[in-house]
Write a protein that binds this ligand. Structure first.
Ligand code: GRF
Length: 207
């Protein structure tokens, strides 16, 4: 059984997509043992509660530096023997201690086709605003392994989504979630659980 810990900050629709695919049996041998939110009022914690998953808030604000914050997250996940950490709409920065402690075992969903519209400052609705401002015709989402630099780790899965002429950032965000994020994030968890991901330098091969 693979123990999964999920990091959230907001509504939790990506968390819900993983919960649904674990409960439906599509993802096997995976147990979601904890949901950790960076905000006490995140609706994602309600979703976890509804499915009997332990939810907790560990807020960056309550720690005087990132090292202490990392240690708090590490000891929480170690206590629950977490094997894989999933960043599902998590808006806090993870530090060097955390990314080193869970190297190769942390994945993140980003609402754009990395290396476009990503990096520092590209979170929430902002990537979608920048996509529309730039006039590109295709966007999408990316699941990648997490390294210290934001959105820079080896890419596991991507899915493209067309940009429509009458899109607003909110309409585009909703379509990227529905058509890309809610599909590729659970799929990446399944592939990791089945030991089918092989990282070779910057590339991830699915075996
Ligand atoms: C998603 O678009 C995710 O890619 C981004 O933040 C949004 C969070 O959505 N990082 P939710 O909390 O999973 O509904």
């Amino acid at each position: 059984m693979l123990n999964v810990g999920i990091l959230v900050s907001g509504g939790g629709s990506n968390l819900q997509a993983i919960i649904d695919k674990v409960e439906s049996g599509y993802i096997k041998n995976v147990s979601i043992v904890t949901v950790v939110s960076s905000r006490p009022d995140a609706y994602a914690l309600e979703r976890a509660k509804k499915h009997g998953i332990k939810g907790i808030c560990i807020s960056r604000k309550t720690f005087s530096n990132i090292e202490e914050y990392d240690e708090a997250l590490i000891s929480h996940f170690k206590a629950l023997e977490v094997d894989l950490v999933v960043m599902a709409g998590f808006l806090s920065i993870l530090g060097e201690r955390f990314t080193r402690a869970y190297e190769g075992r942390v994945i993140n969903i980003h609402p754009a086709l990395i290396p476009s519209f990503c990096g520092k400052g590209f979170y929430g609705i902002i990537p979608h605003q920048k996509v529309l401002e730039s006039g590109v015709k295709v966007t999408g989402a990316t699941v990648h392994f997490v390294e210290l630099e934001a959105d820079a780790g080896p890419i596991i899965l991507q899915k493209a989504v067309c940009v429509e002429d009458d899109d607003t950032p909110e309409i585009l965000q909703k379509r990227v979630m529905e058509q890309a994020e809610w599909e590729i994030l659970p799929e990446a968890v399944r592939l990791f659980a089945e030991n089918r991901l092989v990282v070779e330098g910057r590339r991830v091969k699915i075996i």
